[in-house]
Design a binder for this molecule. Structure first.
Ligand SMILES: *[C@@H]1O[C@H](CO)[C@@H](O)[C@H](O)[C@H]1NC(C)=O
Ligand SMILES: *[C@@H]1O[C@H](CO)[C@@H](O)[C@H](O)[C@H]1NC(C)=O
Ligand SMILES: *[C@@H]1O[C@H](CO)[C@@H](O)[C@H](O)[C@H]1NC(C)=O
Ligand SMILES: *[C@@H]1O[C@H](CO)[C@@H](O)[C@H](O)[C@H]1NC(C)=O
Length: 936
């Protein structure tokens, strides 16, 4: 599955479902090794009124070998009614079932337990047949569900589509719904003849002999595979084909017909990305035995995309791209998401994580190859570098919390399983794999990966299987890859290396980095260290480790590292998953080097690393914010995208913590001055769309210039929007989000908002619709903003449920006062919102998105008042609200210090004097202050 990067909808729900009696965690799992599944034969029937009744019927037969003598069979199912369940031996002898006629699924565990009259023998095959009715889901985007769109002729069209990962195949047919239980699936769908049916494998359709308005589509048997990557789509879609993957293996991209002109990028890059992955893995796609490759754009989709073998499904914005209307950023998203899903064919579909505790075995690789495969097809995009700022640096932040989970962590309940689809499995998984690739060397890594896949194809693995396969290395390792990687796999967090000067030597030690301050434990890791000094000629290019830190010894000394040299910087191109803090003397040397011509050769990724590390040291109280703002003044002369990306991330985080107007103004002034050169290198009216990094930089710089009220930027935005309204000429596709947003932000004409809202309703291009949705939150008109929020929870407004949350974030991030407005709306309408979002688990994201922006005690007071005094608050809302409150209270504590220090730095008088956030954490605050003022 690909996560939703743009609105950060990563599942964070870890609390158990609310049922009066919580089953024990193990009861959610099927009994270990009870059966070996052989084949499923599944026949689904969709009647002509399927999209009115939202019901379908099925006959599902599973052939399995019983592995332990038993009187019980346990299998997954969710919300289905059985008219018949038959258990028989392969020669057709029926075996009596005790609960005949009264089959109850446990609603908490989704397990159906069948008790047999006579015991089942070990090693014998049985056949189990279910005849059932089930729901085509309409209020969730999981299982077999209904999606719709409005066609060019104005009619609403429906489709049935699936999302089974991680625990939803059981909503379409009874099955052993854990990834380990691989089987061959033979699927047949009977459906009305105005639709086509597509599945994982090639389908052939014949007219139903009993009903000439129906077709029966029979799919070729699948390879041995897990239930969560089964998929089918019943739709009126059309498709575009291009080059074959291999002779006889066609590739096509399918969507609603209206979007036909936006399929070209996907049609073109699909085969090339597949070839890049075949080349790396040395395994052809055709080894799957699937003889086609389809990619489908689904109008309603919960994740970003899903790697169903042979039939990948996507959100429209992650697959369809219009050359005139969609931005370069979306083109990159399309190509990287396709890479991510294609990589899953090898990492996930062919070789599968045994259980979701190790989701990173699927998602970490997919994230890594998202960049690597795209780099093969788009060599000018700097994908390896973008990995550092988009994947590694953000997860260094989330993994610095005391509550962070390890790469490998227990998961039993469906909610805990969803919780494993987190930035730890994706970003940290990918970053740690990248670290391994660099310390093994490219060739050793590739050979190891090939061995891992070859040894485990059509099977399932644990992390130990992976690390064991990676034995070849061109560099000397301190011990086996398995021992090195154990600490990275089973422990949460990562180290900060402390580098101290000792004469000409440097001494390196490590401890866990926590944003909340010094850790209590003494966790240690095997840490590969590359480094560069001021006199090295191959500056920063060699990423193989020169020394290792070992968890069993306290330090490593790099002898003579500074003999006749000015500076040393560790972790070339930030290939290792850790931060580095130097002593005052060494930081001072780095600071001086950064002011030299060409930054004295310090690599742009290491400049980004310095910015990102130092800001987080300030947050953790290891250095002061003022020394951060001094250190990064080198950016005045820097126009590289990467360090600026890290800097803007830091500035966003700082501005989110600033409730005080004077400090906000001080920060704005500081950033405006710092970015003069940057802004001049990427002028508003100078597009160069063929240069990807230039374009990313331009969008970033222009967005910030307008946010900081740079006049040139706002004037240009208003002019472009005026032209748009008068002549219907849409603005520069790459700056559209900035132009729309700032035009509405600075507009006094409510007609501007209405105009854009109409464009949302009439656009047939998903990227344009989503761009408009976020811009609509930029208005400062309170009445319009309230109306907009209520439209997001109104199913007739045209805003899809999948996008409702982005309307909220558009409002609370559009303007500083949007936080209170969206918060009040949430409190006043929580019942409607709860109902509308019921199955989406979004409440937590809603509350935490808001609470992360709280800067005043009034706001936390209001939230705690809501929690204490609202009668009958649903448990999930209360849990979400309490979680957000605790984060917000922690933030306030930090904000007090932060504002105090920044008001001194900007010399703007005492901060927040109107409403000091007194929380009575005297001891913590004192310790923090000592740390905060330890300037270098
Ligand atoms: C895909 O590969 C073919 C053959 O190597 C090449 O001609 C084509 O330009 C490539 N297309 C893209 C989009 O890279
Ligand atoms: C970390 O590594 C050390 C050295 O191999 C080992 O003693 C320790 O048990 C490991 N800890 C974890 C949690 O893996
Ligand atoms: C490294 O240097 C430290 C501090 O100078 C010293 O105490 C330690 O013994 C040295 N360790 C090694 C392995 O040389
Ligand atoms: C939903 O929106 C429609 C118009 O788009 C409006 O007529 C209706 O009253 C709204 N429903 C609610 C519950 O606000």
């Amino acid at each position: 599955m690909s996560a939703l990067k743009f609105i950060c909808l990563i599942f964070l729900v870890t609390q158990a479902r609310s049922s009066p009696i919580q089953p024990k965690n193990t009861e959610y799992r099927l009994p270990d090794g009870a059966v070996e599944v052989n084949t499923y034969d599944i026949e689904l029937t969709l009647k002509s009124d399927v999209f009115e009744t939202n019901q379908f019927s099925g006959v599902a037969e599973v052939l399995f070998k019983n592995m332990k003598e038993t009187n019980e069979i346990k299998i997954h199912a969710n919300k289905m009614t059985f008219s018949e369940i038959v258990l028989e031996t392969v020669d057709g002898t029926q075996i009596g079932l005790q609960n005949e006629g009264n089959f109850e699924i446990d609603s908490a565990t989704d397990i159906l337990t069948l008790t047999t009259d006579t015991s089942l023998a070990q090693g014998i095959e049985y056949r189990l047949r279910f005849t059932y009715e089930a729901e085509l889901r309409t209020n969730e985007m999981y299982g077999f569900y209904k999606s719709s769109y409005v066609a060019a002729d104005g009619t609403t069209r429906y489709l049935g589509t699936t999302q089974f990962q991680p625990t939803h195949a059981r909503k379409a047919f009874p099955c052993f719904d854990e990834p380990f239980y691989k089987a061959i699936f033979k699927i047949k769908i009977r459906h009305p003849n105005q639709y086509r049916a597509d599945g994982n494998t090639v389908g052939t359709s014949v007219v139903d002999p009993q009903d000439n308005t129906a077709l029966i589509t029979t799919f070729a048997p699948t390879p041995r595979m897990s239930s969560y990557i089964i998929a089918f789509v019943v739709s009126d879609f059309t498709c575009s084909g291009g080059a074959e993957i291999e002779p006889g293996i066609p590739h096509q991209v399918c969507s609603r017909d209206e979007a036909e002109s936006t399929r070209e990028v996907a049609v073109n890059v699909g085969p090339n990305l597949t070839w890049a992955l075949e080349e790396f893995t040395n395994i052809k796609y055709s080894e799957s035995t699937i003889t086609k490759l389809d990619q489908f754009a689904i109008p309603d989709f919960s994740a970003g995309a899903m790697e169903n073998w042979g039939l990948i499904t996507y959100r429209e914005t992650a697959l369809l791209w219009d050359p005139l209307e969609s931005s370069n950023r979306y083109k990159q998203r399309v190509e990287t998401v396709i890479s991510h899903e294609l990589a899953h064919f090898w990492f996930g579909d062919l070789v599968t994580t045994k259980w979701w505790s190790d989701t990173f075995l699927n998602e970490g690789f997919a994230t890594y190859f998202e960049y690597l495969a795209t780099a093969e097809v788009e060599p000018t995009w700097g994908m390896e570098k973008q990995f550092v700022i988009e994947q590694l640096q953000p997860v260094l932040v989330s993994d610095s919390s005391v509550n962070s989970q390890a790469l490998s962590a227990e998961a039993s309940t469906p909610d805990q399983v969803s919780g494993r689809f987190s930035s730890i499995s994706y970003n940290k998984g990918g970053s740690v794999i990248r670290m391994v690739a660099h310390f093994l060397g490219a060739e050793g890594f590739r050979n190891g990966i090939r061995k891992y896949l070859e040894d485990n194809k059509f099977g399932s693995t644990t992390p130990a299987d992976l690390w064991r396969a990676l034995t070849e290395s061109t560099t000397v390792l301190p011990t086996s890859v398995s021992v090195i990687m154990d600490n990275w796999t089973y422990k949460a967090g990562y180290p900060v290396l402390q580098v101290k000067r000792n004469g000409d030597d440097v001494v390196v030690t490590q401890e866990r980095f926590l944003i909340s301050g010094t850790p209590e434990d003494t966790e240690k890791w095997y840490v590969p260290i590359s480094y560069t000094t001021s006199t090295d000629s191959d500056k920063f290019l060699d990423t193989s480790p020169k020394v290792w830190l070992n968890p069993l010894t306290t330090n490593v000394n790099i002898t003579d590292a500074l003999k006749e040299r000015d500076w040393i910087i560790l972790n070339n191109q930030q290939t290792g998953f850790y931060r580095i803090d130097y002593d005052d003397n060494l930081w001072e040397k780095i600071k001086i080097a950064l002011t030299q011509t060409g930054f004295d050769g310090i690599h742009e990724l290491n400049r980004a690393q310095i910015v990102d590390d130092y800001y987080n040291f300030a947050r953790a109280g290891l250095h002061s914010y003022s020394s951060f703002l001094e250190l990064i003044k080198f950016l005045k002369a820097d126009s590289s995208y990467y360090p600026w990306y890290s800097a803007f991330t830091a500035f966003s985080s700082m501005l989110q913590r600033t409730g005080d107007e004077k400090i906000r103004a001080g920060l704005h002034e500081y950033i405006r001055e710092l970015m003069v050169v940057l802004y001049n290198t990427v002028p508003f009216n100078k597009p160069n769309d063929d240069d990807q990094i230039y374009t990313h930089k331009r969008v970033l710089a222009v967005t910030w210039a307008c946010n900081l009220e740079v006049k040139d930027c706002i004037d240009n935005s208003l002019a472009a929007f005026g032209t748009y309204r008068n002549t219907a000429t849409r603005p520069d596709k790459n700056l559209r989000s900035v132009i729309y947003c700032n035009a509405l932000r600075h507009s006094n004409d409510p007609g501007d908002w209405e105009y854009l809202w109409e464009q949302f309703g009439t656009s047939q291009i998903a990227t344009e619709q989503v761009t408009i949705l976020s811009a609509l939150g930029c208005t400062k008109d309170d009445e319009i903003r309230k109306k907009y929020l209520s439209l997001s929870i109104n199913s007739t407004s045209g805003i899809r449920q999948q996008d409702a949350l982005s309307v909220f974030s558009a409002v609370y991030s559009g303007n500083p006062d949007g936080v209170d407005l969206a918060f009040d709306f949430l409190l006043e309408n929580y019942e409607d919102i709860y109902e509308y979002y019921a199955s989406m688990n979004s409440f937590r994201n809603l509350f935490s998105g808001l609470a992360n922006r709280f800067t005043k005690k009034q706001q936390t007071d209001k939230l705690s008042d809501f929690i204490e005094n609202t009668p009958n608050l649903p448990e999930s809302v209360e849990t979400a609200a309490r979680g957000a409150l605790s984060t917000a209270l922690n933030n306030l504590e930090i904000i007090e210090q932060f504002e105090k220090e920044l008001s001194q730095y900007f010399n703007v008088g005492s901060a927040s004097s109107a409403e000091p956030a007194r929380l009575g954490f005297a001891t913590t605050v004192t310790t923090l202050m000592v740390l905060l003022y330890k300037a270098f």
